[in-house]
Design a protein around this ligand. Structure first.
Ligand code: AMP
Length: 606
């Protein structure tokens, strides 16, 4: 029998919960549900994201709402569109056996007329972002005169985002005698003020100790310099081949830059921030949920509505400005009984910021050394061996080819064969990290020299200019080309998967890229025969014989030389992506485009 019945919920609801796999209530649900069901007192709940707070406030409302009355009885305010959509969806799931209960979700950035039509049909529960809710109240499309429940979810975040006026307006539109349920992970002065002004002797409940992080999360920090911050991030990804993480940045710009670099370096990453359109954000989140993206680089606000329980890591590329936000961030991992690791990349100056966070968490950060190249190679190698050990062989499919394959490989011993297969996958990794510096030893004094070396590409493997051919391509920034898109375009041409791509220079109307000299003609042929099209333009590439230093090599024309050496191109000097051929959609990793080593090909990216 579902334990939710004991909390006083009726059978159609507990049946829906069983369908969702909710068997045992979480702490906040155990405390909040009976309280709201049995009393009309206001409620102030300390609850972080991941504690099951959505069900804690929604289930009693779903239980008590009058299904025969189509007027709005509950208004739930949430800081972001994503979170609002998530809450609306949860309520639909909870009420799937209550056909007369309707929920409407309203948020900015979407067609308001459509939302008005939905409201007109009648919805007992409305979930909304503050701005759009006020808009709809003003247009008289949303009437809150009969509201019995007002929920302020993530109240601290709504105030952080500057929604104080909107909250006031919504509160004014609701009747005096209603039950206000305020959920917040932190209680700064502004949230207390809302509680004092609009709530009457609220009952307080907490999902654990106030502001304290989940017990399932361990907190680690890596000491970096500005030069090693990004290489350290890459190494953390490389030492965790199955990483599934959000990398938090403070600004949209930082977010985009880090994501671009990771993409260019061949990681399965993407950016999520407020400069993206709603459709782009939805698409990125969907890919992340499906694990087509392993590392989501995000701002705090954009990552709010993401409902993912199985993150292995949360990485603070930079610590948040407000220390309470560290808690929000780290609370994204260690959810639903899973273990998680929250990592902070800090320089010497920033290390001091960890002390107040430790006081809030009541936990100590553990310092972890940035993994060395050798450690990473060892980890990756055994990961590869594990994958070989556990891979399923589809004999029906390959049986016909096996005799000739055995025949071809018959001259090799077992050991030689193992060596060859392992080398095939592993050589580029080994050579990338061969001679890689120990990033822990890089101090701010010598960081320029050695930090740059890591940035320069796969050490040991990185080909010197004389081993690379430099290509001209007739696309530039004006065509919305960037390094990631260029790599995607190259990937799509089906050139040998292990080819090394060198520096990329994106200029206004054209660009340059380097490719391993041995693949020079293959690259030319591939582009010529595929005749690719990019944003409606036919793509042409040509070999340039120029020296990047500005030597007397042959150029297409002088203006190009000026631009090329003028420093206004975005030099793609960072590490190179290992490239692989497109996989078919029916690959046995459920559509994940992932090769070994936590890296992936970058094609199909737009
Ligand atoms: P929330 O804190 O509301 O964002 O919930 C965090 C995650 O826990 C969501 O994915 C919920 O679907 C899930 N969840 C909430 N309550 C339960 C429960 N009692 N049993 C299992 N999963 C739950």
């Amino acid at each position: 029998m579902s334990k939710f019945i004991e909390l006083g919920l009726k059978e159609p609801i507990t049946r829906a919960l069983t369908d969702l796999g909710y068997e045992t209530p979480t702490v906040i649900q155990e405390k909040a549900i009976p309280q709201i069901l049995s009393s009309e007192e206001d409620l102030k709940a300390f609850a972080q994201t991941g504690t099951g707070k959505t069900a804690a406030f929604s289930l009693p409302i779903v239980e008590l709402a009058d299904y025969d009355n189509s007027q709005t009885q509950a208004i739930i305010l949430s800081p972001t569109r994503e979170l609002a959509v998530q809450i609306g969806k949860n309520i639909e799931d909870f009420s799937k056996y209550l056909p007369n209960l309707k929920v409407a979700t309203v948020y900015g950035g979407a067609n308001i007329e459509q939302q008005i039509r939905q409201l007109k049909k009648g919805a007992q529960i409305v979930v909304g972002t503050p701005g759009r809710t006020v808009d709809l109240i003003k247009r008289r499309a949303l009437k809150l005169g009969n509201v019995k429940w007002l929920v302020l979810d993530e109240a601290d975040e709504m105030l952080n985002m500057g929604f104080k006026d909107e909250l006031d307006k919504v509160l004014e539109a609701t009747p005096e005698e209603k039950q206000t349920l305020l959920f917040s992970a932190t209680f700064p002065r502004e949230v207390e003020a809302i509680a004092n002004n609009y709530m009457h002797n609220p009952v307080e409940i907490t999902s654990g100790q106030k502001n304290q992080g989940s017990d399932n999360v361990s907190h680690e920090y890596y000491l970096v310099t500005e030069k090693t911050r990004y290489p350290a991030l890459k190494r953390i990804a490389d030492i965790n081949p199955d990483i599934y993480a959000i990398v938090f940045c403070r600004t949209r710009r930082e977010t985009q830059e880090v994501a671009d670099k990771l993409i260019q370096d061949g990681y399965n990453a993407d950016a999520l921030h407020g400069d993206l359109s709603q459709a782009q954000r939805d698409s990125v989140m969907e890919k992340f949920r499906k694990r087509n993206i392993q590392m989501l680089v995000a701002t705090d606000v954009a990552a709010r509505g993401l409902d993912v329980d199985s993150l292995t890591h949360v990485i603070n590329h930079k610590l948040p400005d407000q220390i309470e936000n560290y808690n929000h961030r780290s609370g994204r991992t260690g959810r639903a009984g899973n273990k998680g690791i929250s990592i902070a990349l800090v320089n010497r100056k920033e290390r001091g910021k960890l002390n107040p966070i430790e006081r809030i968490l009541k936990k100590k950060f553990i310092q972890v050394s940035i993994p060395t190249g050798k450690e990473i190679c060892e980890k990756q190698l055994f990961h590869l061996i594990d994958k070989v050990e556990n891979s399923e062989v589809n004999t029906a499919e390959i049986d016909t080819y096996l005799p000739s394959i055995y025949e071809k490989l018959s001259t090799f011993s077992r050991e030689e064969l193992i060596q060859k297969f392992v080398s095939l996958e592993f050589n580029s990794f080994l050579s990338y990290y061969e001679n890689a510096p120990d990033l822990n030893k890089i101090t701010s004094r010598d960081r320029g020299e050695r930090g740059d070396r890591e940035r320069g590409g796969r050490n040991g493997r990185r080909m010197s200019s004389e081993n690379m051919t430099r290509f001209f391509i007739n696309l530039g920034r004006k065509d919305r080309l960037n390094p990631a898109k260029l790599m995607g375009l190259i990937n799509e041409q089906g050139i040998n998967k292990s080819v090394e791509i060198g520096a990329i220079d994106i200029l206004d109307t054209f660009s340059f890229f380097e490719i391993d000299k041995n693949y020079e003609s293959q690259t030319l042929d591939a582009f010529a025969s595929n005749a690719p099209d990019f944003n409606g333009r036919n793509v042409n590439i040509e070999i340039t014989k120029t020296e990047r230093k500005g030597g007397g090599g042959r150029r297409r024309n002088s203006s190009r030389r000026r631009n090329d050496s003028g420093g206004n191109g975005s030099s793609g000097g960072f590490g190179r992506s290992r490239r692989s051929k497109p996989r078919s959609n029916n690959n046995n990793e459920g559509g994940r485009e992932r090769r070994g080593f936590g890296r992936s090909r970058n094609n199909n990216r737009k």
